[in-house]
Design a protein around this ligand. Sequence first.
Ligand SMILES: [Zn+2]
Length: 548
Amino acid sequence: MKQIRFFIALAFAALAGLTSCGGPSDVKQTKNLIIMVPDGTSTSVLACSRWYKLAKGGEAELAVDEGLCGLVRSYMSDAPISGSAGAMSAYMTGLCQQSPNISIFPKANPENDFYPVDTTRTFQPHATVMEAARTQLGKATGLVVTCYFTHATPAACTSHSYSRNDDQAIGAQTASFGHDVLFGGGTKHVTPYIKSILDDNGTEYIEDDVKAFRSYNGDGKVWALFDRNDMDYEADRDPETQPSLAEMTAKAIGILSKKKNGFVLMVEGSNVDHAAHANDPVGTIGDFLAFDEAVKVAFDFAKKDGNTTVVIMPDHGNSGITIGSENYGGYSSRGLKDAYSGVVDFKCTVSALSDKLRAIKSPDEIPSVFKEWANVDITPEEEAQVRSHFDKQVTDYMNIGGSLNHVVSRILSSRTYFGFVSGNHTIEDVFLSIYSPSGKRLEGVHTNEELGRYLCQVIGLKSGLVAESDRQFSPAEKVFDGCEMSVDSSDPVNPVLTVKNGDKTMVLPAYKAYVTLNDERVDLEISTVYMKKNKSFYVASRLGEMMK
Ligand SMILES: [Zn+2]
């Protein structure tokens, strides 16, 4: 009953959105769309970042401020707190999703579902706004992130999997999609299979070479990756080895803006989330401000271009970070210097300080490391804690408990007035900031599903994403009804489907954007998807006709 009442409330909220300023009838279509996601950014990060800039002697303004126009209710189909995979999947598909899914139709979870889930489609890949922008409108596409490129947020743009951790399937689909531009981290995920896909579709691959990235001036497809895993936090970044998010965004826009049919670009400030999980104020604020610089780049381009919409929204909150902890008594009569005491002296993130401690030759150097990099005089008790955690690594960035990083985080936070609810995602609405050349923006409070539908309207898709899902990702047994099918799983990560009917034989390798029909290559718009969860292939519906 509770769920039904919630569903009715959602329906009314959606109707209200349809009739308010900036609703669908008012949406000005633009040739280009830039979607920007500061991952795991609680709304309080805005104020913390503005005041931080002022405390460091800068201007207390953010680029996102100019576009702030509402809030987004981010939740999953069966949980009020979102994970990154489900939250971004909802933005990209316009359908509320579950953890840990990447842009698929969810399964039913009757105990917790907020509304009825269509179980006839469970596990079917759900087409995304970025995929449809290219297949229906011929737009160029790009991804710019600071995490590894198979991470949840970029994954949800053009990949489909039951699990966000299915890096090889996600990486292969991302490569097969043939993005015009992909910049970020994650060289370790470029397997020989993925490299062969990039070679096949003519993508130039730049690896850990910032000079080659900066001098690139081609107009073909290009990837540039800068770290085995995630790129460095902004506070720790060496500009001689890694570009900033703003620089990568500018480079991507420079390439994409030459494409005649326009483009859809997704830019993620990925590591805000990682720093919030670690309860790291400098990491969180530093990476949000780096994201804000990228927003300025996008806004400046959109204003000059006159045919670009920029939509900015975090996927969920994280950690409840804010200033005003228990030890900040008398808060309303204390000044800015007080509020930011301690934190303005931190020269690096919790992660970097932990690595510096691991690198010292003798434990006697512990106090001097804290003094040099954080201006902190540690107590003997704290030093003992550090000593006993030297070999404790972070095994999961979402939960650093028990690691040296956790000890460092606690020591640094105790010298500030920052407080955190936890190292987990939090239940909260996230901010919405939009630039539209028409001056009309989506305003007010909207759900993540509504944002997904708004993105489709901004670029003027010809048909909906459910129809697009059936066009690109129908179950193989339905498409090839009456044919003989077999699966070669000798490479279990990348199985191959073979379909036979009379003298016709079609071979469909998983995650590749082509098939062979009697040994003749047939290119596809989107790759074939193998869904491990239900051991099923999902294929382009037009292939069925070719086998008759
Ligand atoms: Zn996230």
